[in-house]
Design a protein around this ligand. Structure first.
Ligand code: PEP
Length: 256
């Protein structure tokens, strides 16, 4: 199955509008008139989306993502941002279920599922993050954790929804730590996640869904990780904050 790799930059709470403008202009100067055999996505903080859209909104090679999206349409939800609002900023993807949202903000699988379904109502492509903690892995709970996250997170989605969903497998112990999963560990987890999708949606959907790896991806390890048959790109934070580093990951991951 030929799946188009997808490389997404999750900036987390980094880069306000002016730094976003600098990044976007620099990236644009490096990619102008080039085509890539992959999707490239940038997820700035909400307040920087307008600036990113201003510089990159009409650049076909790059799509914008939001880092979160409310499960509600509007109303008394202080501090939240709705899908309707995001529509105004050329946003095509929404990152949901990131381990920081789960751990720091207490987002449960049920909340993440509600957000996923809402994101699909607005026609966004969810980047649905899953992954185990070190304690869970060492306690032999890897498969159980992934099974629950996939089953509850994707509950109620149609096969059509699934086609527009990307899964990001991000072992929590590899996020921002400099410790990357070995390519064997990553491949094993990705193959298992694909088998879970097959159980739920059938083998055809499972063969089509893109599963990104996330966790300390950098230019030096991108090629080895991306060579794994079930790894379809990367979700990158730390190494995506500099345009050249982000581009080097893409180039090393999908040469040509
Ligand atoms: C992330 O937070 O999604 C992530 C993968 O971070 P980093 O690339 O910095 O490990």
């Amino acid at each position: 199955m030929n799946r188009k790799p997808i490389f997404a930059a999750n900036w987390k709470m980094n880069k306000g509008p002016s730094e976003t403008e600098d990044f976007a202009k620099s990236l644009l100067s490096k990619i102008q008139n080039r085509t890539f055999p992959c999707d490239i996505v940038i997820a700035p903080p909400f307040v920087s989306l307008a600036k990113a859209a201003e510089v990159l909104g009409n650049v076909p090679a790059v799509a914008l993502a939001a880092q979160n999206c409310s499960q509600f349409d509007s109303g008394a939800y202080t501090g939240e941002i709705s899908g309707m609002m995001l529509k105004e900023f050329f946003v095509h993807y929404v990152i949901l279920g990131h381990s920081e949202r789960r751990a720091i903000y207490g987002e449960t699988d049920a909340v993440i599922n509600a957000k996923l379904r809402k994101a699909r109502e607005y026609n966004f492509k969810p980047i649905f993050c899953i992954g185990e903690t070190l304690e869970e892995r060492e306690g032999g709970k890897l498969e159980q954790v992934l099974r629950t996250q996939v089953s509850e997170g994707l509950a109620g989605l149609s096969e059509r929804d699934l086609q527009d969903t990307v899964i990001a497998y991000e072992p929590v112990w590899a996020i921002g730590t400099g410790v990357t999963a070995t390519s064997a560990q990553a491949q094993e987890a990705h193959a298992f996640v694909r088998s879970l999708v097959a159980e739920k949606f059938g083998t055809e959907s499972a063969a089509k869904i893109r599963i990104q790896y996330g966790g300390s991806v950098k230019p030096s390890n991108a090629a080895e990780l991306m060579a794994c048959p079930d790894i379809d790109g990367a979700l990158i934070s730390g190494a995506s904050l500099e345009p050249q580093s982000f581009l080097d990951i893409i180039q090393n991951g999908v040469p040509g």
